[in-house]
Design a protein around this ligand. Structure first.
Ligand code: WT7
Length: 657
């Protein structure tokens, strides 16, 4: 796919969509923006009152006295699980389907709001009985299952802070997170099904706990899923289904302050270990609800499907919390888009009559490829007429993929919400509103009402439209990150840096606004963070993993553009034993790939491995990463290499093994 240089096509929201939309037309959008500008506290206060159940109403909207540690609705009390479940049952939606769960093997299980509430209550009661209390942290290491959602909701119900670790992460990564968060319990499953294979979870969990570095973990709760042969440690491990069996189906929620941490989710930063992004209860849930209404225009009859995993923030906001908090019916999918074939998504949309479909550009690109020479798995071979809205998330969507998605999946009559946001932002920040914003492929268009996104230069000064710069948010918003768990200094330094004046939220992305429309286009990370298939990874994390391998003396990691995955990981390695060639090089490259896969997780496996006698360094010994990026792309080095101490190694590094 050749990228288009300049995108001029404009796609207006379909007229019948505008008619019934939550935000019908640009005037309605502007009106909300104006309301926020005129009275920021009043705007958010009104929305918080209208959209959330408060056990005790808040009296103050925003407390900026300890900025950037902002507090929202702090003296109000509420509960996320109550807002998601009890509220729906009380409104008469008990018999409505909450979850349509489709297993990897195609088995479908439907769960009503009443049933989901009961299961969550049973789990919450069982957890309380084990001594898990409000403010305790609990690691959830599970795959996409009903039980995964039940576990998260049960934590929220009793005020325990969950930290979900993606089921593809390694024992080491899991252990790091268990330790950092200080978990008192781990909820996992015997295993998980993906693409027709049963994969372990509990065994990895055992490995994580085996070093004795997690003495705080008193309980491991195991959901039975694959029937894998696992070891249950006496006194520590219990079956989730067994502990729930005899519990009452009602459970008084823990009424917590709106600022009570709902969850911590680890994400990669440019330096050091992953950051535990801490989110609040009230502000976070408010934004999950509002974005369900504004961006996804959710209606009572919609069948909503977000294909993300609960291990990522998208799965938190748009599977576990947002859709349930607005009483929607949603699809939860255990498997992968290519099993049993690359028509799986289209088959499921057809079967369950999905009306809103939210996925990642990397999935779209792989399905474009798969269907280009196999008509059977092409979206046009399915009845996708139930769709009315599409969404994209996780990375920039290139105009070619956008057009394909629009024409082939949306039949040229579904708006596409290209949602820009981050783990730290809790929910959408910049996105077209489907009933209002004219869309331009490749642009996430305009900030949501109340979100003060802007582009500044390196001194924090606004740049004019048409000039690229650094993406910032000028005012706090309810669902923003509250702190980095256990490291408030790092929170301030990472997100409110002195260089920008200390008050702007630094997203870490570059962006540019169109001269005429003011539309935002995200140009990619400006730090050492890579985005591979929508997964965020720190280059430093991979580098330290590589140098921990006994063969490796030195390593540098950069990203390079990749047609399918957006970015691909390219590593430059210096071995202790000298530069390998031929079969040797191939063998060691495979070994290193597997090493990274094992230490961090398969998603971090490098695509390219290159060996050199050394790395290109300046005379002061700094690795010239900019040069490495050029080499990784396969481009000719045109930059000045006069400061380079050892220019000959550039030739070596051009060879990919
Ligand atoms: C980074 C955040 C958003 C939740 C899932 C990923 C990139 C995300 C877009 C988009 C361009 C995007 C940014 C951002 N990103 N959405 N629509 N257009 N870039 O959350 O793992 O915290 O990653 O993903 O670079 O900073 P995350």
């Amino acid at each position: 796919m050749e990228p288009l240089k300049q995108e001029n096509r404009v796609f207006n929201p379909p007229a019948d969509f505008v008619k019934g939309a939550a935000i019908p037309g640009m005037d309605a959008y502007q009106k909300l923006c104006a309301e926020a500008n005129q009275d920021y506290d009043g705007f958010w206060g009104r929305l918080a009152k209208e959209n959330l159940y408060w056990k005790k109403p808040f009296t103050k909207v925003l407390d900026e006295s300890k900025a950037p540690f902002y507090k929202w609705f702090e003296d109000g009390t509420t509960n996320a699980s109550y807002n998601c479940l009890d509220r729906q049952v009380e409104a008469g939606l008990g018999a409505k389907t909450a979850l349509i769960f489709e297993a990897d093997d195609g088995t479908v299980t439907k769960v009503t709001y009443q049933e989901l509430l009961e299961r969550v209550c049973k789990m919450a009661n069982a957890m309380r009985k084990m001594g898990i209390k409000s403010g305790d942290s609990v690691i959830i290491y599970m795959a996409m299952t009903i039980e995964g959602i039940v576990a998260m909701q049960a934590c929220a119900r009793i005020g325990a802070i969950h930290s979900v670790v993606f089921g593809g992460f390694s024992a080491q990564a899991l252990r790091d997170r268990i330790m950092d968060v200080g978990a008192v319990a781990v909820i996992t499953a015997d295993g998980q099904f993906r693409g027709g294979k049963a994969l372990p979870l509990k065994a990895i969990c055992d490995e994580a706990l085996s070093t004795g570095e997690c003495p705080k973990v008193k309980h491991v709760i195991v959901s039975k899923r694959t029937g894998a042969d696992i070891v249950m440690a006496a006194g520590r491990d219990v079956w989730m289904q067994e502990i729930m069996a005899n519990e009452a189906a009602t459970c008084e929620p823990e009424w917590v302050s709106a600022e009570h941490p709902l969850f911590i989710l680890y994400t990669s930063g440019s330096t050091g270990k992953p950051k535990g992004v801490q989110h609040s209860t009230g502000g976070y849930l408010l934004w999950a609800i509002l974005t369900m209404k504004w961006t996804f225009d959710i209606k009572p009859n919609d069948v909503f499907w977000c294909t993300a995993d609960i291990g990522w923030v998208t799965g938190h906001s748009y599977i576990t919390y947002g859709p349930l908090a607005v009483g929607a019916t949603e699809i939860v999918f255990e498997g992968v888009p290519t099993y049993p074939n690359a028509g799986r998504f289209w088959d499921m949309i057809q079967k369950h009559k999905a009306s809103i479909f939210y996925t990642a550009p990397t999935a779209i690109r792989s399905l474009i490829k798969a269907s280009s020479n196999d008509q059977a798995v092409h979206p046009k071979s399915y009845d996708l007429s139930s769709l009315r809205l599409l969404g994209s998330v996780g990375e920039p969507i290139n105009p070619e993929a956008w057009m394909w998605y629009y024409e082939n999946v949306g039949n040229s009559n579904c708006p596409i919400a290209d949602t820009f946001w981050q783990t730290e932002t809790g929910g959408h920040m910049i996105s077209p509103l489907p009933g209002a914003t004219p869309m331009i492929p490749g642009s996430c268009t305009l900030p949501l009402p109340g979100i003060q996104a802007a582009i500044v230069d390196e001194a924090g000064v606004d740049v004019p439209n048409g000039q690229g710069g650094i993406l910032v948010v000028k005012r706090p918003w309810p669902s923003m990150i509250r702190t980095i768990w256990g490291d408030p200094d790092r929170f301030v330094k990472s997100y409110f840096p002195e260089e920008l004046g200390g008050t702007l939220y630094l997203a870490g992305d570059g962006a540019i606004r169109n001269k005429d429309t003011g539309y935002f286009t995200i140009t990619g990370r400006i730090d050492d963070v890579l985005n591979v298939s929508g997964h965020r990874m720190g280059t430093m994390e991979i580098e330290s993993c590589l140098v921990a391998n006994p063969l490796v003396a030195e390593a540098a990691v950069v990203g390079r553009p990749d047609e399918l995955t957006g970015e691909a990981i390219c590593v430059f390695v210096v071995l202790k034993g000298g530069r390998p060639t031929g079969e040797d090089a191939k063998k060691i490259a495979t070994e290193l790939r597997n090493w990274v896969g094992k230490e961090i997780g398969p998603i971090a496996k490098p695509k390219d491995v290159r060996f050199g006698d050394n790395l290109p360094k300046t005379r002061s010994g700094k690795i010239m990463r900019r040069l490495l990026r050029v080499i990784a792309k396969g481009e000719e080095v045109t930059q000045d290499t006069s400061t380079l101490e050892n220019p000959h190694i550039l030739e070596q590094l051009k060879e990919s093994v």
